[in-house]
Design a protein around this ligand. Structure first.
Ligand code: FA5
Length: 343
């Protein structure tokens, strides 16, 4: 036992001197391992204590505990002193550190222009009483063409450079008008529906053409729907989109699934007497539309003698380009941060 007590005071003296000499946190860690570690000298004393008699333990045990407590406290104090010194040294080395210095803007994530613009369009149509619907991008020939009055060999198929897939009769939809068919098949009029989504055409890429772009489609079917309903709807939509009074101009247009078919132009929202956006004409071509062809209603199980409707479609990027002054459709997919961060 006397031997153990002797060792306790030797270890205390040794630890005191080692702690004093430990001038870095790395040195201090070595000291901790040697004295306070699982296999350190204090742990060795604990093993020795176990070998003593109960009487001897009663004397040596409290002394060993005192040593342990003292060692832990002495180590903690030295660690705190060294850490404080390290922090001061760090501060001294940053002598040019300026707490008032300008902090660069942190890069902030945001919703993509597509997401924002589609949500904006959907808000407009919801406020006009439309329900938002969606349709498949991988589509059948029937829903993309045939049910829209575009049978095999119809010349209008040439206007849609179609991406056919390996499965016979399946394609990537060339327009969102497939949604008209799919919704008419499962609904009974009246209904007013709006849909935004991706479409695909095998076209060469340039500033105004993409092979993957988005369209917006409206379909409204009820009794006695007329062209005047269509024109009023187009005007209300365009005024909400451009946030100003807009005049519309209606010209004949051809789409096999509407009769009559029209193209709707908007008075240029950016000028009074002609600018580069409207190519000095004062008008911008925006929408394809018309009254739903009786064949299309019939094909989807709606009686054209009772019901009529209008459909309207447009390129989503094209209207976004006009609204925001975007000069090249390729920016939409460029992932260029300078472009995207403007929105
Ligand atoms: C159609 O796709 C018709 N489904 C629109 C429609 C719906 C008419 C309902 C009548 C009733 P069109 O092929 O013109 O029509 O395309 C519509 C719009 O898509 C165009 O006006 C244009 O804004 C946009 N668009 C067409 N091709 C491209 C392309 N390659 N890249 C970007 N936008 C395009």
């Amino acid at each position: 036992m006397a031997q153990l007590i002797e060792k306790i005071s030797q270890i205390q003296a040794a630890l005191k001197s080692e702690l004093k000499q430990a001038s870095t946190l790395e040195n201090l860690e070595q000291v901790r391992i040697a004295f306070l570690g699982r296999n350190g000298s204090i742990a060795d004393l604990m093993t020795e204590l176990k070998a003593l008699s109960v009487e001897e333990k009663r004397v040596a045990g409290p002394k060993l505990n005192e040593l342990k407590q003292w060692a832990q406290q002495a180590y903690d104090e030295q660690k705190y002193a060294l850490e404080r010194e390290a922090a001061r040294a760090e501060q001294r080395s940053n002598k040019y550190f300026d707490v008032t210095a300008y902090k660069h803007n942190q890069f902030q994530g945001r919703l993509h222009l597509y997401t924002q613009f589609i949500a904006h369009l959907q808000d407009i149509f919801i406020s006009m009483g439309y329900e938002i619907v969606d349709g498949p991008e991988l589509e059948t020939d029937y829903h993309n063409f045939k049910a829209l009055n575009i049978p095999d060999n119809h010349p209008a198929r040439d206007m849609h450079d179609t991406f056919w897939v390996d499965v016979p009769g399946m394609l990537l939809r060339t327009h969102t008008s497939n949604v008209q068919v799919r919704e008419m098949e499962k609904r009974k009029p009246p209904f007013a529906l709006a849909s935004c989504g991706r479409v695909y055409r095998n076209e060469a890429l340039d500033a105004s053409h993409a092979f993957l772009f988005n369209q917006l489609e409206l379909i409204f079917v009820d009794k006695d729907v007329s062209l005047s309903n269509l024109i009023a709807t187009a005007k209300t939509f365009l005024q909400a989109l451009f946030e100003k009074e807009i005049k519309v101009r209606v010209r004949p247009g051809y789409f096999p699934f509407v009769e009559p078919g029209v193209e709707i132009d908007a008075s240029c929202p950016f000028c009074k007497h002609g600018c580069s956006i409207c190519k000095k004409t004062g008008w911008i071509e925006l929408l394809g539309a018309g009254l739903v062809h009786p064949n299309v209603l019939k094909c989807s199980g709606i009686d054209p003698d009772i019901y009529s409707g209008f459909a309207l479609g447009t390129g989503l990027e094209r209207i976004a380009m006009i609204k925001y002054g975007i000069t090249d459709i390729r920016f939409f997919h460029s992932y260029k941060n300078e472009f995207l961060s403007q929105f």
